[in-house]
Design a protein around this ligand. Structure first.
Ligand code: 5RP
Length: 229
């Protein structure tokens, strides 16, 4: 199965966890896009679901799919949030932010009663950050000073797109922090958040209740209590 087909399968498998009526956190990225499409189909079929977007991209796609969105100022009572990830560790901790949306994604994740992560099997790792850097959103003000502090925790690389510094939906910058494999993600997150100028990190520690993984063997589900199915 190719990666796109696996992403679609994982996204479709998450739809069974949606309530008949309620509020759904809508993740960002290509996997979450398949999920949003599925929510749109349920809404068209009469399901009373409203959404909270996690990025400008997911806002626009949700509206295209005719999903009513709550005011982005919040606060919200989100029944379930479904989102993708860049890496999932054996402990079900995550790296997110490959698409630069992790700050809003983390806010919506925190506001949700249940968080379901949907991935193709290429995202599974024994430990985080051996292959993927940790995205760190930072203020533009004094970002070179922030970068200097980040150097104590790894090798920060300013994210660039089309030759220009990449800007998030909140008009901040991203430093992708190359750390090598992380043994204690919670500790690294704590250290990163202590750096002035850091807005949010792409480490999601203990924030996934269920991970739906799709690949050649079909779909399987990992939960924090039972890592098996
Ligand atoms: C965006 C994210 C995405 O969920 C993550 O990058 C995975 O993306 P994709 O589903 O396209 O592989 O965290 O900030």
């Amino acid at each position: 199965m190719d990666q796109t087909a696996a992403k679609r399968l994982a996204a479709q498998a998450a739809l069974k966890y949606l309530p008949q009526r309620g509020i759904v956190g809508l993740g960002s990225g290509s996997t979450a896009r398949f999920f949003i499409e599925g929510v749109g189909a349920l809404v068209r079929a009469g399901r009373q679901l409203r959404g909270v977007h996690t990025s400008e991209e997911s806002r626009q796609y949700a509206l295209t799919c005719n999903i009513e969105l709550l005011d982005e100022a919040g606060p919200w009572e989100i029944d379930i949030c479904v989102d993708g990830a860049d890496e999932v560790s054996a402990d079900l901790d995550l790296i997110k932010g490959g698409g630069g949306c992790h700050t809003r994604e983390k806010i919506v994740n925190r506001a949700a009663r249940t968080n379901v992560i949907i991935v193709d099997e290429s995202k599974l790792r024994q430990r985080l950050a051996e292959h993927f850097p940790v995205p760190v959103e930072v203020l533009r003000f004094a970002h070179r000073a922030t970068e200097k502090c980040l150097c104590r925790l790894g090798e920060p690389q300013l994210r660039v797109q089309d030759g220009q510094p990449y800007l998030t939906d909140s008009l901040n910058l991203i430093y992708d922090l190359h750390t090598g494999g992380i043994d204690q993600p919670a500790e690294l997150e704590r250290q990163l958040l202590a750096v002035p100028g850091v807005v949010e990190t792409g480490l999601f520690v203990g924030r996934a209740d269920r991970v739906i993984v799709a690949g050649d063997g079909g779909v399987r589900e990992l939960t924090r209590d039972r890592r098996g199915d």
